[in-house]
Design a protein around this ligand. Structure first.
Ligand code: ATP
Ligand code: MG
Length: 416
């Protein structure tokens, strides 16, 4: 198996309400296995459209994967359409039926009769167990082609692929010739990073195991995607290691991680290493920073809490910011950010206090403090206060602010 097409099935995927993320995820997994995805398709829950897509894909590539449409309702048609194309009659599988019954029994509910449809298996098909839902997946082979049917919900599809499909595909594809690594950078503009790493590009390319580098920027965070190619896996790893080290050399402390760890995870790690806790006072970010900090598993060990201090009265009453300072300096000022950081640290009894106050826009800017002006302060291990001038719309300013605040904490706590 070396080429694949992915067909995402679901009428909702053809509307603005839902994006096909399954094929994105699968493309990464297949690339890992050295299988090239030649095309991705999105089709609605329509028999003729799906049949046409499957037929065309079977003509072009040796692996066709579908996602979605394996459920029990009448608009879930993938199983039937594929069985028809392969001319395989559908037969009820007693084992699958029992599994579905048990799943309902565990929830103390009778199995609705329509779920029986999910126990229908095309003759010769291999059933892929679904640990997180009722719809089993299917692996089929015909005329030298492999056809894999996977359920739509990502939390069902991903473990099913990893557990049952990936090992089978690995057996049938040439050993992978690429390895990847992501270097995460914060606190630098994309152009700065691009300029700094530019001289490395040629060096990486000319290695015996060449490493290609792509830059992916989002507000406040820049990812350098490194991809090494070569026949030998450990040589590729060594090439990635050397490339990551070279990036660290030119970017220094701006490098957050070289192993795929997120900014918030690195901050959490550094706090955990010291046994420190953090409390956050947020104005223009409205809780985004605390949200990200608590995204990290285990964060209850280092996050004390946060105060969304949007109104001036909340800054005064809940955080103890001096009303005089507020009036004199304005809500968006280093003095107020500093007072917010101190206040939240003291009142929430944390080791580190972090505060963000700014103008996200579109309104509220002045010639003095235009939209994008954001003051961020840290209290505790070090006293830091800084004013940033971010570009972009409201959403971007909030994201830049969030990343900059987390990065301020990261830089203030040296790695152990
Ligand atoms: P179910 O038994 O849950 O009905 P199914 O295999 O029939 O599973 P669908 O009904 O097609 O799957 O989709 C169920 C849900 O899974 C969708 O509402 C959507 O939230 C999600 N989903 C489906 N396809 C995709 C996709 N390609 N990318 C991301 N999410 C998807
Ligand atoms: Mg469904």
């Amino acid at each position: 198996v070396d080429s694949a097409e992915i067909i995402a099935v679901g009428t909702e995927l053809l509307t603005p309400i839902r994006l096909d993320t399954n094929s994105l995820w699968l493309t990464g997994e297949l690339a890992d296995l050295g299988i090239t995805v030649r095309a991705k398709h999105v089709v609605g829950d329509d028999r003729a459209d799906l049949a046409a897509a499957v037929r065309q894909s079977l003509d072009r590539v040796d692996l066709v994967m579908t996602t979605g449409g394996l459920g029990p309702t009448h608009d879930d048609i993938t199983r039937e359409v594929v069985a028809e194309i392969l001319e395989r009659p559908l037969v009820e599988d007693a084992g699958v039926l029992e599994g579905i019954r048990e799943r309902f029994a565990r929830r103390r509910r009778p199995m609705p009769e329509i779920n029986r449809r999910q126990a229908m298996v095309p003759v010769g098909g291999l059933v892929l167990a679904n640990a997180h839902g009722t719809a089993p997946g299917l692996w089929l082979e015909a005329n030298g082609r492999v056809i894999v049917l996977l359920p739509g919900p990502p939390r069902e599809l991903q473990p099913m692929f990893s557990r049952h499909v990936r090992p089978k595909l690995a057996d049938r594809s040439a050993p992978s010739r690429t390895s990847r690594r992501v270097v995460l950078v914060a606190g630098r503009a994309e152009s700065q990073v691009a300029e700094a790493v530019e001289p490395l590009q040629a060096r990486f390319r000319d290695r015996p195991d060449p490493v290609a580098m792509t830059i992916l920027a989002s507000p406040g965070r820049i990812e350098l995607h490194l991809r090494a190619t070569g026949a030998d896996g450990s040589a590729r790893e060594a090439a990635l290691e050397a490339a990551a080290a070279a990036v660290v050399e030119v970017l220094g402390a701006a490098v957050v991680s070289t192993d795929g760890q997120s900014l918030e995870a690195v901050v959490g790690q550094r706090l955990a290493d010291r046994g420190w806790t953090i409390a956050v006072a947020e104005s223009c970010t409205g809780g985004l920073v605390t949200g990200l900090l608590t995204d990290v598993p285990g964060s209850s060990a280092w996050v004390r809490g946060g105060v969304v201090a949007y109104a001036n009265t909340v800054k005064v009453d809940q955080l103890g910011v001096d009303a005089g300072t507020l009036a004199a300096e304005g809500a968006v000022s280093e003095a107020v950010a500093r007072a917010m950081a101190e206040g939240v640290r003291a009142r929430l009894e944390a080791d580190v206090g972090l505060a963000i106050t700014g103008i996200a826009g579109p309104g509220g800017g002045t010639p003095d403090k235009p939209v994008g002006t954001v003051a961020i302060a840290l209290s505790g291990p070090r006293e830091v206060a800084r004013t940033f001038h971010f570009g972009g719309d409201r959403q971007m300013v909030r994201q830049f602010s969030t990343a900059a605040a987390l990065d301020m904490v990261r830089r203030a706590i040296d790695p152990t």
